[in-house]
Design a binder for this molecule. Structure first.
Ligand SMILES: CC(C)(COP(=O)(O)OP(=O)(O)OC[C@H]1O[C@@H](n2cnc3c(N)ncnc32)[C@H](O)[C@@H]1OP(=O)(O)O)[C@@H](O)C(=O)NCCC(=O)NCCS
Length: 430
């Protein structure tokens, strides 16, 4: 039975998407729900997460009320489950990919295990199709999102803990060689230019623009993804950049780039003042200049490990391959397969594609009939294929892990070239 809504005006009725029975209604967020949403988020995710809601609604680019989906108990109009869809752009070797991120997913403890997030995810997927998003990402809890077609496919690190007692002191006769400027709305373009230049060692990253500044910089510092961007200067020249955030009670430094390794101790001394100010431990995530890492590890007396991963969903493999065609062609042209004319039959058991290459160009990607899938040259289980397509693991690594990842020996080298392991970082997290 469709929820009748009494005499509610059409404007309100139109936000209703599903009647879930038992007084529960799935609908878009309304302005009158915002306080209830903040309470819901605080209860489910913690006090500090509540603050992000207003910031997202006020400032997150391309984010509207209709990107927010709630389940409401009509008994008291309280929100009992929520998730939202944020839009981001990833850049893969110069090619922009429209991405969606399901976020702040949560159900009130009294309403769990009734399929509410499953239902919310279904309506979110309709929006994903409407927005023509090519990938979905989420930094989610273990296992859960596999049920919705996600697979771990982009590395995530917890960061390298830096004990402040190991940070070298400034000697009495020395002066710091650099200064630190917190980035403002006016200097954010300089920061972004520096970031774009120094992200160049990454194959895949998240593109930030001026439109993101207010979202990241207006919240209280302890809220998730409330960031402080810094530029490091030496005699008016930009010689470094990084940003700070507090993740689960730890001060985390991300996207650290420094022109010179000698600048690490001054940066750490600056960070020590922030640790004292915020009274929390310090971690550094992999820097935007990989050569800084060994020195940081040496100072920390520890090694950095990738401890988790981002979930990725690929709504349409064919469309994703079409989007990244320039990347595939470039990889081919930089290899022994330059100028190749051949085909590659790639399957994830439930569906398969023939990639047609002519003189080094990927000219066609055809979906193949189900009865042809057994003749496929490369076969990976449905979600495992995400790991290959996202460059998280190579075909050879996947064959070592999964007995049902198969590849004709005649195509192995080609698949290694088309889908190599890439360097990826998709911070900031929102
Ligand atoms: C995880 C959480 C969002 C699940 O919400 P929910 O409304 O109970 O989820 P659903 O009932 O729609 O779950 C869908 C399926 O997953 C199962 N499931 C529920 N919680 C699960 C969990 N933590 N791990 C694995 N599976 C789970 C359900 O049984 C259901 O299975 P079924 O469809 O085969 O019956 C909810 O427990 C929660 O809010 N937790 C605290 C906040 C949190 O961790 N959020 C996620 C942040 S990434």
């Amino acid at each position: 039975m469709l929820y009748q809504g009494g005499n509610l005006p059409y404007r309100i009725m139109s936000s209703i998407l599903r009647d879930l029975g038992n007084r529960l209604v799935l609908r878009y967020l309304r302005k009158t729900d915002i306080n209830s949403l903040k309470e819901h988020v605080k209860l489910v995710h913690g006090e500090w997460v509540g603050g992000i809601i207003q910031r997202m609604l006020d400032h997150y680019p391309k984010f509207s009320m209709k990107d927010n989906f709630v389940v409401v108990d009509t008994k008291d109009e309280k929100i009992v489950a929520y998730l939202c869809l944020m839009r981001r752009t990833f850049v893969l070797n110069g090619v922009k990919i429209p991405v969606g991120q399901m976020d702040i997913v949560g159900t009130h403890p009294d309403y769990r295990n009734r399929g509410l997030i499953r239902q919310l995810n279904e309506v979110l997927e309709e929006k994903v199709a409407k927005y023509k998003l090519q990938l979905l990402s989420i930094a989610g809890i273990p296992y859960y999102y596999r049920q919705f077609g996600y697979e771990f496919a982009v590395p995530m690190t917890q960061g390298l803990p830096i004990p402040t007692e190991r940070i070298p002191e400034l000697k009495e006769d020395e002066e710091e060689p650099v200064t630190f400027e917190q980035v403002t709305k006016h200097t954010f373009p300089d920061y972004l230019a520096c970031r774009a230049k120094n992200n160049s060692f990454l194959d895949l990253y998240y593109e930030l623009g001026s439109e993101h500044f207010l979202f990241y910089s207006t919240g209280e510092f302890r809220e998730p993804e409330s960031l402080r961007f810094y530029i490091v200067k030496q005699k008016d020249q930009v010689v470094g950049a990084f940003y700070l955030g507090i993740d689960f009670g730890t001060l985390v430094v991300k996207e650290l780039w420094l022109q010179d390794i000698q600048m690490i101790p001054p940066v750490l001394r600056f960070l020590k003042t922030k640790v004292q100010e915020h009274k929390c431990p310090l971690k550094i995530c992999p820097p935007s200049k990989p050569s800084l890492m060994p020195r940081l590890e040496g100072l920390a007396g520890a090694k950095l490990r990738d401890t988790y991963a981002w979930y990725i969903r690929i709504p349409s493999i064919r469309k994703f391959l079409e989007t990244i065609t320039p990347v595939l062609e470039k990889r081919l042209s930089n290899s022994e397969f330059q100028g190749m004319t051949d085909t590659l039959k790639l399957s994830c058991y439930r569906e398969g594609f023939e990639l047609v290459f002519r003189e080094g160009r990927l000219t066609d990607i055809t979906k193949l009939a189900i009865h042809k899938l057994q003749q496929m040259e490369v076969r990976l289980p449905p979600l495992v294929i995400n790991q290959l397509l996202m460059g998280y693991r190579t075909i050879t690594e996947l064959q070592e892990i999964y007995s049902d990842v198969l590849c004709y020996s005649t195509k192995q080298a080609l698949v290694e070239v088309l889908f190599p392991k890439i360097r990826a970082s998709i911070t900031p997290s929102f």
